[in-house]
Each structure stands twice: as C-alpha cells, then as structure tokens.
Design a protein around this ligand. Structure first.
Ligand code: GLP
Length: 242
C-alpha cells in the first residue's frame, strides 16, 4: 500500500488526474471505476478542467459505478447515477452510454446484480478504481461484516452510514434509503489499481484500521492490504492515527 499525505483535496485531485492521464496514454479502451461521496469531488473537478482545456479526453473510456441506493426514483437528486452524471459525466466528455451502475430500480434486484458483474467482466475489468471510505471502514457499500470475497449484491445500510449520508438528504436520516446494491469487496478487489481518498478527522479511525489493523470483515477496507496495487491519498487529519 502506497500512502501519500497531501496538503489539500485539490492536490489529491491533481495526482489522481495524473494517474488517469497516464492510463489514457497506455490504453485505448480504459475502464474507470467511479465512486460517489464527497471524497472524489476534487478528482472529478480536475478531470473536467483538463477535458475543458483539451489536455485529456475520456471519449474512449468506460466507467463503472461502485454502488446505488435502492428505492430512489430515476430522477432523485441523490440517486448515485444522477450524482455521477452531475459531477463526472456532464462536466467531462465521457459518453453517458459508456457509464454503468447497478440498477437500483430494477424489478429483479438479484438479476440486476448478476448482470452488473457480467457487464464489468465483458468490459475486461476495471483498470483504475477510485474509492472513498466510510467512517465505519466500509468501501463502496460493503458495511462491517461483509464477506471479503463478496460479489455485487443487495445490502442493508447501517444506521451509521445512513447518519453519515443524511447530510445529502437535508439532514433527515429517515430520507436515506435503507438498502443498496453494491459491488462486493471481491468484485472491486479485481480492479488493477485502487486509489482511495480520505480527508478529515472522522476518517482517521477507519484509515488506521485499513492500513495498520488486522484484516477483518468488521473493517472491510482492510481487504485492501491483500491488493498488490493500492494508492491511499490522505490529508493530515485522516492520517492522524497512523
Ligand atoms: C458512501 C459511498 C462510498 C463512499 C462513502 C464515503 O457510503 N457509498 O462509496 O466512499 O460514502 O463518503 P464521503 O466521501 O462523502 O465521506
């Protein structure tokens, strides 16, 4: 695991955009893994800036999302596909048809999960996966207790995660869905390169477990210790317990 302490989220955004740029030079059909949450915000802003400046293009890229809420309408502003469209797809030149996520509105959620696994496989897997981390150590929506070999599936969100995410729902925990579809730990561990971003004191404990703790399903991010190519970008506060 490579740990990089950054001075600002903007600096992290530039470093990850450099990594994306290198991937785009190396591969004609690059596949990105995109995360929601506030942590990757500066990455998407920097990618948008470089696209706008003509410094890079995502025209030939595909992207797969990590997870999706179950039960939000197609146009709900916090539906992850809507968030990714707003923060990543629309400000860049990636083709929206090349961006996929688990179908949280599907009638058959089990089949939707199996189908999502097939889509990722058919694209040749993810080259570069951008990740955040929950305060309870979840990655994507793999909550504590998730199997470290898990695949895309239906999960129940913990109260902690719903509390953390209530800020996106007007501060009302009851407005946060109780269920989601998420890539499994086993699914996202198949990406070639994982880049995890964490900022702020509330992430310090989870970061400490991820980097220095024993591997345990109770801290799902500890699975990353088994991955051969992980870059962790932290500010001083998120790194304060290392
Ligand atoms: C959500 C997402 C995760 C994300 C986490 C942290 O639960 N499903 O993918 O990593 O939030 O979010 P933030 O970056 O806003 O702290």
């Amino acid at each position: 695991m490579e740990i990089v302490i950054v001075q600002s989220q903007e600096q992290a955004g530039k470093l990850v955009a450099d990594t994306v740029a290198a991937l785009l030079k190396r591969k004609t059909d690059p596949v990105l893994g995109v995360a929601t949450g506030s942590s990757p915000g500066a990455v998407y802003k920097e990618l948008a800036r470089r696209v706008e400046a003509g410094e890079l293009s995502l025209r030939h890229a595909k992207a797969f999302m990590l997870d999706e809420y179950v039960g939000l309408s197609e146009e709900h502003p916090q539906r992850y596909r809507v968030v990714i469209d707003r923060e990543f797809v629309e400000p860049t030149d990636i083709d929206p048809a090349n961006v996929s996520g688990p179908e949280g509105t599907a009638r058959d959620l089990v089949e939707a999960c199996a189908d999502y696994e097939r889509q990722i496989h058919a694209a040749g897997g993810v080259d570069l996966q951008i990740l955040g981390i929950g305060t309870d150590g979840h990655i994507a929506f793999n909550e504590p207790g998730s199997s470290l070999a898990s695949r895309t599936r239906l999960k129940t969100l913990t109260r902690q995660t719903r509390q953390d995410n209530a800020r996106f729902f007007g501060g009302d925990i009851e407005a946060v869905p109780k269920h989601c579809l998420t890539q499994g730990v086993g699914t996202l561990m198949e990406a070639d390169h994982l880049v995890l971003l964490a900022f702020g004191q509330p992430k310090a404990e989870a970061v400490h477990h991820m980097v220095e703790g024993p591997v345990s399903a109770m801290w799902p991010a500890t699975a990353l210790q088994f991955h051969p190519h992980v870059t962790v970008l932290l500010d001083e506060s998120a790194a304060s317990r290392l």
